[in-house]
Design a protein around this ligand. Structure first.
Ligand code: GDP
Length: 462
């Protein structure tokens, strides 16, 4: 590594390029596991339907599914609106758009699916359930404001999920816009723009003045092509619930994104502990449709109950079977509640390490000042051993909030608060999600406790 100009210790994470270079240098073969694949495996684990293995020949390119993230007021909603309107203008029907939680647009004859909820809350809530909906993230950064705390959060979320990021440098119409400053700040967070020799695509836009929106969408298509996002339209559908509610007139209503296969009227549905049968499907233009191919957002009527957002949905050959499995799951969930099964905690960390269940301790650090974060980060990372590494997946100045809990829940992490407290909602949410919060006032104490936990010496009363 030193030969490659890199100073690293045992616990230093290396990026893919370095790994490949290194492997080449010392003549070993490496296999880089992509996390997307892992999450698909997790999804598959939860499925009970016919285990269809898609042959490469059956796979076809499907539209990419995009989330828009970024700091508050940087223009996420404006951008999503502008893109949606361009679609309405183009469609001959010129009809009314329905808000069903996602929509599709046509660009150069190709489709792109957008999740219509800006921000990363929706994104992490889904990932907390092991569902990966998004293929690509557009990160909006206002050129007059630069990289802000939620920008950094979004970067960390996308990185944790291993999803490609396209930067939209927004508000370039403003006289005080400083796109180069944004690029500089992004570089500090590991995103080096293409024109600066890196591989992060940055598109300067004005969502308000509708400038460069097509260029941005073309970049989305380009990245989608490179990623080879594929699905098999000729099989039973699999998808993910992105929104759901109990409608007074229509009963349980859920918007799904079909990720693979084609959903049809009459299909038997299974979504976690909920079953059903597709009675009607409504698309993002409010029109009834009979089939929904991969990457289509579609509102579905016919669930027996309201499935949770982020739930994996599959079509089974038989409705009776779907009902039976749903019932079994309901019972199992009930049991789980009773056992109060918890996530990673310092108390049983040692045991989990010994059993080989845990190979890394993911940590989120929130503190009152940046200096403490740096100090904690440095010391905690050094605690890693051969058996378990310490990964700091996110840091931030300020109180522990719900987004932190979401990220912790999605990544099975613990949260360390240094001279900060969780806000009330975050505390309740952490309890519900069983995310461990540890609050400290002395750095030394925090390090001691984690060290002890890793060695199985943590005082059990704590
Ligand atoms: P969000 O919180 O990220 O969803 O941000 P919004 O889309 O609500 O935008 C925040 C404010 O910035 C609104 O007043 C928008 O009109 C304004 N805005 C968004 N995009 C642009 C832009 O490209 N140029 C200018 N000048 N203002 C914009």
């Amino acid at each position: 590594l030193m030969g490659l100009g890199l100073m690293a210790n045992l616990n230093h994470p290396l990026d893919e390029d370095t790994l490949i270079m290194l492997a080449d240098e010392i003549g070993v073969r490496i296999n880089i596991k992509d996390t997307d694949h892992v999450s698909d495996e997790q999804e598959k684990e939860k499925r009970v339907g016919p285990k269809i293995v898609d042959k490469a020949a059956d796979l076809q390119l499907r539209p990419p599914i995009i989330t828009v993230m970024g700091h508050v007021d940087h223009g996420k909603t404006t951008l999503l609106d502008v893109i949606r309107q361009s679609r309405v203008a183009e469609s001959e029907a010129g009809g009314i758009t329905q808000h069903i939680g996602a929509y599709q647009v046509f660009i150069n004859g190709k489709k792109i699916t957008f999740i219509d909820t800006p921000g990363h809350e929706a994104f992490t809530a889904m990932r907390a359930r092991g569902a990966q909906v998004t293929d690509i993230t557009i990160l909006v950064v206002a050129a007059d404001d630069g990289v802000m705390p939620q920008t950094i959060e979004a970067i960390n979320h996308a990185k944790a999920a291993d999803i490609p990021i396209i930067i939209a440098i927004n508000k370039i119409d403003k006289p005080n816009a400083q796109p180069d400053r944004v690029k500089q700040e992004l570089t500090e967070h590991g995103l080096v723009p293409e024109d600066w020799g890196g591989d992060t695509i940055c598109v300067p836009i004005s969502a308000l003045k509708e400038e460069n929106i097509n260029e941005l969408l073309e970049m989305v298509l380009l990245v989608a092509e490179m990623e080879e996002i594929k699905a098999n339209p000729n099989r039973y559908a699999e998808g993910i619930v992105i929104e759901s509610e109990l409608d007074k007139g229509r009963g349980p209503v859920a918007t799904l994104l079909v990720k693979n296969g084609t959903m049809r009227i009459g299909d038997a549905l299974l979504a976690g502990p909920v079953s059903g049968r597709v009675r009607a499907m409504i698309d993002d233009k409010g029109e009834r449709i009979n089939e929904a191919p991969p990457a289509t957002p579609v509102e579905i009527l016919g669930f027996s109950d309201v499935p949770a957002a982020g739930e994996f949905v599959e079509v089974l050959p038989d409705e009776k079977e779907a009902r039976a499995v749903a019932e079994e799951r309901k019972q199992a969930l009930h049991q789980q509640d009773i056992q109060n099964e918890s996530r990673i905690s310092l108390e049983d960390l040692y045991e989990q390490i010994q059993q080989g269940k845990v190979k890394e301790l993911n940590v989120i650090i929130k503190a009152d000042v940046n200096g403490s974060i740096e100090a904690l980060k440095g010391s905690l990372t050094k605690l890693g051993t051969e058996e378990v590494t310490v990964n700091i997946i996110h840091t931030g100045v300020g109180a522990i909030n719900e987004t932190d809990v979401d990220l912790a829940s999605a990544s099975n992490a613990i949260i360390i608060g240094f001279n900060v407290r969780p806000n009330t909602n975050a505390r309740k949410y952490a309890e519900k999600e069983k995310v461990e919060l540890r609050l400290y006032r002395v750095i030394y104490k925090a390090i001691e406790e984690i060290k002890d936990a890793m060695a199985g010496l943590l005082d059990p009363e704590l």
